[in-house]
Design a binder for this molecule. Structure first.
Ligand SMILES: Nc1ncnc2c1ncn2[C@@H]1O[C@H](COP(=O)(O)OP(=O)(O)OP(=O)(O)O)[C@@H](O)[C@H]1O
Ligand SMILES: [Mg+2]
Length: 343
């Protein structure tokens, strides 16, 4: 039997449809093609050419992608591959058949319905579970990788139709921030979800992500982002650092004392007063969810979203299941990158 140390193959990806355009580039649903009609559904983020051609971004993005390459957890969208075709970087990821949390929130708004508090807590408990795993991830020598997400916000939290909750875009905010580190330029993370220390451009650690989890949890429970001043990022950041926290039980009638305490603790301005690790916030959420009996599960969330997005409801189904096929394909390594031939 012959032994080989390397296996070189050419992988071909065919784009099925664009899913959405973000700040970094466009995300596509695609198929990864193998031998004998093997085809695997994946998501591909094509990084904008202007970023791909920026040496500072390339260095940081590739470095960060390397850090998260081995994060394998049910609550994290897995990165399969970082590639480059004709000067454009792309990331191949696990495809999540579902929606992002912003779409979930918007659907409730469109229907005039509140998000059930137990499902809100369940979703954030899953986010904390993914974060707890990433925050304590080690390199192959056993050293802490010090991974901090820095951009926890509803668009980076996916919910699959099976009811799984997954965090995406680890490391990307840091790569962008390292490229624009001049005062007044882009900050890592969206203004309305950023931690006070992030807004002040101080060093951030895992506790910064937990503040952002608190902001998202508050939004799910209250129905709006408590800090956001629309269209005014500077004022929003000031609210993040100075605004007295609202009375959550007044905003959401019947909210338990336990969940109120979790919101208050995660939203402390001083990181030392917050949960110190994602595990601790996860434990608090699970205790609130399950110590009184049978609490939410992925199956319950799955049933809930199927009902929420059932036929005839306000959500634009094309957003998720549009089947427009693009004649765009990339192959790796070294093959031609073809621009779309039809739309
Ligand atoms: N692995 C995936 N599977 C399915 N859909 C995904 C996946 N990753 C991202 N998406 C969808 O693509 C959208 C765009 O993602 P992208 O990260 O490019 O931008 P964003 O998070 O919306 O905003 P930002 O510009 O701040 O990154 C997401 O909001 C999500 O709905
Ligand atoms: Mg994103």
């Amino acid at each position: 039997m012959s032994h080989t140390r390397h296996l070189q193959d050419s992988i071909r990806y065919t784009f099925v449809r664009p899913i959405a355009e973000g700040g970094m580039g466009c995300v596509y649903e695609a198929t990864q093609e193998g031998a004998h009609h093997f085809a695997k559904r994946v998501a591909i983020k094509l990084i904008r050419e202007e970023y791909s051609n920026e040496p500072a971004f390339r260095k940081n993005f590739v470095g960060e992608a390397q850090l998260v390459a081995d994060l394998i957890h049910n609550c994290i969208v897995q990165t399969y591959h970082l590639g480059r075709a004709l000067d454009q970087y792309y990331m191949v990821m696990e495809y999540v058949d579902g929606m992002n949390l912003e779409e979930f929130i918007l659907q409730h708004r469109a229907l005039g319905e509140d998000i059930p508090v137990d499902l809100a807590a369940f979703i954030i408990s899953r986010v904390c579970r993914g974060l707890a795993y990433a925050h304590r991830a080690l390199d192959h020598r056993g050293n802490l990788l010090n991974i901090v997400h820095r951009d926890i916000n509803p668009r980076n939290i996916m919910i699959s139709i099976e009811g799984d909750v997954k965090v995406t875009d680890f490391g990307i905010a840091k790569a962008i921030n390292l490229m624009y580190n001049v005062e007044g330029e882009i900050l890592a993370g969206k203004d309305e979800y950023i931690s006070p220390e992030g807004a002040a451009r101080e060093i951030t650690d895992e506790r910064s992500d937990l503040f952002s989890c608190g902001v998202v949890l508050a939004e799910l429970i209250c129905g709006y982002n408590i800090f956001e001043v629309e269209g005014k990022p500077r004022e929003t950041r000031r609210q993040i650092t100075h605004m007295p926290l609202p009375d959550f039980q007044e905003i959401r009638e019947g909210l338990s004392g336990e969940l109120t305490n979790i919101l208050t603790q995660s939203l402390q301005r001083n990181p030392s007063d917050r949960y110190q690790h994602a595990d601790l916030m996860l434990n608090a959420l699970e205790e609130a969810l399950y110590s009184h009996g049978y609490g939410p599960t992925s199956e319950k969330l799955s049933l809930y979203i199927k009902h929420l997005f059932a036929d005839g409801k306000a959500y634009d189904d094309d957003l998720r299941h549009g089947s427009k096929s693009f004649g765009l394909s990339i192959s790796d390594p070294n093959n031609a990158f073809k621009k779309p031939t039809s739309t």
